[in-house]
Design a protein around this ligand. Structure first.
Ligand code: MGD
Ligand code: MGD
Ligand code: MO
Length: 764
């Protein structure tokens, strides 16, 4: 694509490597996982650094794993508490490869953009601030202060603060995110798109409307006591491997696990815990007792059927639903039952694609139990009806009284390691009068009262020229967001794009007229000021706030921490004319925390309480306090079934993660558990569909989506016969993001429909 006089590829090469396919694995983890973890670590970091880093990951006096947000066990672990993919996340951050001024002098962004995401990422850590001047294709070095002044110049030149957009990816600490949000509000906007908008926003909206808090309610120990855990639309063996230990414990205590997924993911079949003898020498633990192979986006049909059967049983016995709970704590039961009656059982079963006998097994199980946990992730959130998918899960929990008690509750399994914390401390595009008032009390300035852009609105604003400066605190916006071609144009139209990054990524090539990269410390790295080590805090998926302290030697002596960078930009912008002393705040995390606890009282005592295992933030669901909701009650909801009306030759595509990637960071080319090696440009398809349409296994095809008359094409994929429902397809993102239309997203949460994209397969 040629914009700004630069010829940039938005996908990189679409050539194939050497695909090898085997049978999918029927277990996750085991000794093989330890070997693969160490192979990655040794290759990227060398042996000594690997052992030093891995020994301190997720330990009390160590650093939080830069991978997912699954919590640490309460009891300190003697052995290292990490998983294969946590080790890869660390290896990726602590790599010895460097991207410095010589690298950028050698490679233009035009050339880098031709590479695969894998190759771009493997180039390594950015070591000094770099600037790309208008019309140029090579980044050049720039001093830190000059970079701050340049950014301030662009911000001052805007006609209106709403012409700037400030993105956050969920790896930033609470301290960095709080300071960033503070600066953005002081600057005068709520344009704070966040990776959550593409991730668990549907969960936040659904949970907020039904239970009064946008977070989950379970604690880790609830898994020990749960009688049933439903794992819906989530692949824990790859994306939250440490969750498998929690499921294993649940099973050992007699609990049952049900998986609801179009694929039978390895981690849900069997788990070989590498930290236990039986996991290493014997077969490990079987995990899912029942697997419901739902068709893509038919989860509401599954739950509706189950609820209909349970309601019929309850009519007979009166003790299947928790009527005391319903009476005391909920609103909308009668209306919910009336709506439920309108659905036909047979139609629900047909629509779900699941065998009725399996559904009935789940009905029998749930009828007698009330300690139920529902876990979910992107398989539920990234659809047009993402919010309703989750509300239907809440209906089940409300009927069974499975909230506010041991072994029961909601468990949206978060993605990035501090995505939940970033939200808690103020990275939100909605204006909050209470938060604004608290900021005024603490800092003496008025924050804007207007809502800002989320990811989708932000991209459209840039595309229309309404926003001209884009800054990202972490992430890889162009590859993560939907509609790659449109998003790339939007970014390239900006006068200035700024990325605060650890590693090189595609977003640096899809640059605005001017582009700046500010290299920052990773969380595994030693962070000090005048000889004193600094720590920061994070919040995990279950609302525990705790410290994280890096220990590895930073990738370069020129790196700055995220708060220092935000403080530097704010200081250059305000030039001392603001009640906040930005530079001092940026350097002094204790001061940030002292202000944080004044603004958000649930953080009171954070300086001390964040030690060791940390402390739980408030959670109204745990105390069954629904006073913030209509009538002071938790809310039932009436949800419909999604309508897709696919033509004969159309498929439903889910875009998901391989076992060797962290979002847009590609660790390697394998998807070991699914039996795919050495290739990412593949499509999982049912064998019957291959035959029905006269394709051949491994045939090379293109994928085309057509929304509102606009055709989008992703080229060169190999068809892989796989155990997936007929009519459904699976493929990896970011390669397939080019197919996801910008203007199709979940109602209310605006999360792109990355898990239900209607596509056709086009022969070459
Ligand atoms: N190693 C590693 N860890 C990660 C990440 C990573 O990329 N790599 N990413 C992190 C982030 S940001 C996030 S948000 C999480 C993501 O964690 P997941 O949500 O587990 O990630 P996905 O690969 O998108 O997997 C979605 C799962 O949902 C299933 N699915 C798809 N559509 C449907 C549907 O309609 N219904 C149902 N029931 N299931 C469906 C897919 O088959 C797949 O198993 O992981 C976090 N942890
Ligand atoms: N089609 C499709 N699209 C999706 C999804 C999907 O399932 N399908 N999933 C969506 C989801 S759930 C999410 S969360 C988004 C993810 O969207 P993002 O968060 O924007 O993407 P990441 O790939 O996680 O970002 C990786 C980059 O972050 C930088 N980085 C890493 N660590 C740090 C750090 O500590 N500090 C700073 N400043 N930078 C750092 C590195 O430069 C790295 O290249 O993608 C979304 N996009
Ligand atoms: Mo995510």
């Amino acid at each position: 694509m040629s914009l700004n006089n630069r010829n940039i590829s938005i996908t990189g090469t679409t050539e194939f490597s050497e695909l090898k396919v085997t049978e999918p694995s029927n277990y996750a983890a085991g000794i093989k996982a330890v070997k693969v973890a160490l192979d990655h670590a040794f290759k990227e970091m060398g042996v000594a650094k690997s052992f030093k880093g891995l020994a301190k990951m997720n330990q009390k006096e160590g650093f939080d794993c830069p991978g997912c947000a699954w919590p640490d066990p309460e009891k300190p672990s003697k052995v290292a508490e990490y998983c294969e993919n946590g080790a890869k996340a660390l290896a990726e951050e602590a790599t010895n490869e460097k991207v410095d001024r010589h690298f950028f002098a050698k490679y233009s962004i035009e050339e880098i953009s031709q590479w695969t995401d894998y190759k771009i990422g493997k180039s390594g850590r950015v070591t000094e601030p770099m600037i790309l001047r208008p019309g140029k294709i090579h980044y050049e070095p720039i001093e830190w202060n000059a970079a701050y002044l340049e950014i301030a110049k662009y911000l001052k030149n805007l006609d209106d603060p709403d012409q700037a957009i400030f993105y956050t990816s969920g790896r930033s600490s609470n301290e960095a995110a709080f300071l960033y949000g503070l600066f953005i509000r002081a600057f005068g906007t709520h344009n704070m798109p966040d990776c959550s908008n593409m991730c668990h926003e549907s969960s936040g909206v659904a949970l907020g409307e039904t239970l009064g808090i946008g977070k989950g309610s379970v604690k880790l120990e609830d898994f020990d006591k749960a009688e049933v855990v439903l794992v819906m639309g989530q692949n824990p063996g790859t994306n939250h491997p440490r969750m498998l230990s929690a499921l294993q414990k649940c099973k050992e205590n007699g609990g049952k696990v049900i998986s609801v997924n179009p694929l039978e993911e390895a981690g849900l079949i069997r788990f070989k815990n590498p930290q236990e003898v039986k996991g290493v020498l014997q077969g490990g633990e079987a995990i899912a007792d029942i697997h419901l192979q739902v068709k893509i986006n038919q989860d509401v049909a599954v739950i509706k059927y189950i609820l209909k059967r349970l309601a019929a049983l309850d009519k007979l016995t009166g003790d299947v639903f928790d009527h005391n709970f319903i009476e005391r704590y909920t609103d909308g039961y009668a209306s919910f039952l009336t709506q439920l009656e309108q659905f036909e059982e047979e139609a629900l079963v047909a629509q779900s694609g699941v065998e009725v006998s399996k559904l009935n097994q789940v009905v029998d199980l749930l009828a007698k139990k009330d300690k139920i946990i529902i876990c979910w992730a992107m398989g539920l959130t990234q659809h047009k009806n993402g919010v309703e998918n989750i509300k239907e899960c809440i209906n089940l929990l409300l009927l069974k009284g499975s909230l506010g008690k041991e072994g029961a509750g909601t468990c949206p399994v978060r993605g990035h390691s501090n995505v939940q914390g970033d939200r808690t401390v103020g990275i939100v595009h909605h204006a909050s009068p209470a938060f604004n008032e608290a900021l005024k009390q603490e800092f003496g300035f008025e924050a804007p009262i207007k809502n800002g852009y989320d990811v989708v609105d932000g991209i459209q604003a840039m595309h229309k020229g309404k926003a001209k400066v884009f800054m990202a605190l972490g992430g890889n916006f162009v590859s993560a967001a939907s509609d790659t071609a449109y998003t790339a144009e939007a970014l390239q139209k900006c006068d200035l794009t700024v990325s605060v990054s650890t590693k090189l990524n595609r977003n640096h090539t899809v640059a605005g007229k001017t582009s700046i990269i500010l290299p920052t410390l990773g969380r595994s790295e030693f962070d000090e000021k005048e000889g004193k080590q600094r720590f920061f805090t994070v919040e995990n998926s279950m609302g525990i706030v705790h410290r994280s302290k890096g220990l590895l030697k930073p990738a370069s002596e020129h790196l700055k921490s995220e708060p220092e960078i935000i403080g530097g930009i704010a200081d250059a912008y305000f030039e001392g004319n603001h009640p906040v002393d930005w530079k001092t705040y940026g350097e002094n995390y204790e001061m940030i925390r002292a202000s944080l606890e004044n603004v958000l009282t649930e953080f009171k005592g954070i300086e001390e309480k964040s030690k060791g295992s940390g402390f739980y933030l408030e959670n109204n669901v745990r105390n069954l306090d629904f006073s913030m909701l209509p009538n002071g009650k938790a809310q039932f909801s009436n949800n419909g079934l999604p309508e897709h009306d696919l033509a004969e030759d159309e498929f439903m595509l889910m875009t998901m993660r391989s076992h060797d990637q962290f979002n847009t960071t590609i660790y390697g080319m394998n998807d070991r558990y699914r039996g795919i090696y050495n290739e990412r440009r593949i499509i999982f398809i049912n064998q019957k569909d291959i035959e029905k349409f006269g394709f051949k296994s491994f045939e090379v095809v293109d994928l085309v989506s057509n929304y509102d008359g606009i055709e989008r094409k992703a080229e060169n994929f190999k068809l892989i016969p796989y155990n997936i429902p007929q009519g459904d397809l699976g493929a990896y993102f970011p390669e397939t993001n080019i197919l996801v239309p910008i203007n199709h997203f979940a109602d209310k949460s605006q999360t792109p429909i990355s898990k239900s994209v209607v596509v056709k397969i086009v022969k070459k």
